[in-house]
Design a binder for this molecule. Structure first.
Ligand code: KMH
Ligand code: ZN
Length: 307
């Protein structure tokens, strides 16, 4: 029996990266939109969106920029446009959820627990502005906050908006948090889980840990009551986890938010290039690529009305 088709997500720019890490990282709303269009043409069915201040490239949680980017990507691609609810430092959960409550996307990320999120080991490069060095360094004292109070509230807000959560699980404990939400009746099944592995402060981006997380999720939710995808942070984790997910029946996330290299000795010139490599791996491993509407079917989302 052929395996289910695979959908590829592309995480276009990120909130825990700085633009001085790579000239390929899209910064302005226009650049993020163009990068998303190219990623879709290369085969991405989901576009995971953060936004940045156009002048500086600093990660932003400005609803106006989100509105512009999400709106343009909806208009100009058939992809599932998936904004982050990661927000910015010091924001309340209701502020972080405004991308959901105001823009009512088909899907958005739902971070399933708190953890340290260290980016202070990112190499300082001459092209980085002083604020970028400070941003990286400040992560020594940063906790990515997603308390129980936060995730209960977020569950309500997603439901009210009719937005499907993608549960971002960075560690095995986050799966138990989702199971707890399920016990409280706050999860609609089948759920979709993104195993995000390789963040400093959470689980490692290794094949062993991906398999451990997958087995934990299967024990908690049953084999068939969730869909899943893997996002490896850094190189080669991005592609090692992609290949593992392809072999195990999961889906794949790549993109400049997570990794900057296309091969050991070559930095990616674009998001599209990372998607192309994921698509090539899918073909090599006999997983057919799902188009956006096929991804919607797999995820239980409504087909998109023709424009
Ligand atoms: N930057 C990733 C490690 C989100 O945006 O909600 C985490 C992420 C989560 O993509
Ligand atoms: Zn993100």
């Amino acid at each position: 029996m052929p395996a289910e088709k695979v959908f590829v997500s592309c995480a276009l720019t990120g909130g825990m990266t700085v633009p001085g890490q790579s000239a390929a990282i899209p910064v302005t709303p226009d650049e993020i939109v163009e990068s998303g269009i190219a990623a879709t043409a290369a085969g991405a069915a989901i576009l995971h969106v953060h936004v940045r201040e156009p002048e500086t490239g600093r990660p932003s949680a400005d609803l106006g920029f989100f509105r512009e980017v999400v709106g343009a990507l909806r208009e100009r691609t058939g992809a599932i446009v998936q904004p982050t609810t990661g927000g910015g430092v010091g924001m309340t959960i209701d502020e972080r959820a405004r991308v959901v409550t105001e823009l009512r996307p088909e899907m958005a990320t739902f971070n399933a627990g708190s953890f340290n999120f260290g980016i202070f080991q990112v190499r300082h490069r001459p092209e980085m502005a002083p604020w970028e060095i400070d941003y990286l360094e400040s992560s020594r004292d940063y906790v990515f906050r997603n308390t129980f109070k936060d995730v209960y509230r977020l569950s309500e807000l997603f439901r009210e908006a009719g937005t499907k959560p993608e549960y971002e699980c960075y560690d095995a404990g986050h799966l138990y948090n989702v199971a707890h939400l399920a016990e409280q009746g706050l999860v609609d099944f089948p759920a979709h889980i993104q195993f995000v592995l390789g963040v400093l402060g959470a689980n490692a981006g290794t094949i062993e840990q991906l398999v451990h997380m997958l087995e934990t999720a299967r024990a908690l939710f049953g084999r068939d009551d969730f869909t899943w995808s893997a996002a490896g942070i850094g190189y080669p984790a991005e592609f090692h986890l992609a290949a593992t997910a392809l072999m195990l029946g999961g889906h794949v996330r790549v993109g400049l938010e997570d990794n900057l290299r296309v091969t050991l000795d070559r930095r990616a010139a674009s998001n599209a290039e990372l998607v192309e490599k994921a698509v090539a791996l899918s073909e090599l491993l006999d997983r057919q690529l799902a188009q956006p509407d096929e991804a919607r079917t797999i995820l239980g989302l409504k087909a998109r009305a023709p424009a």
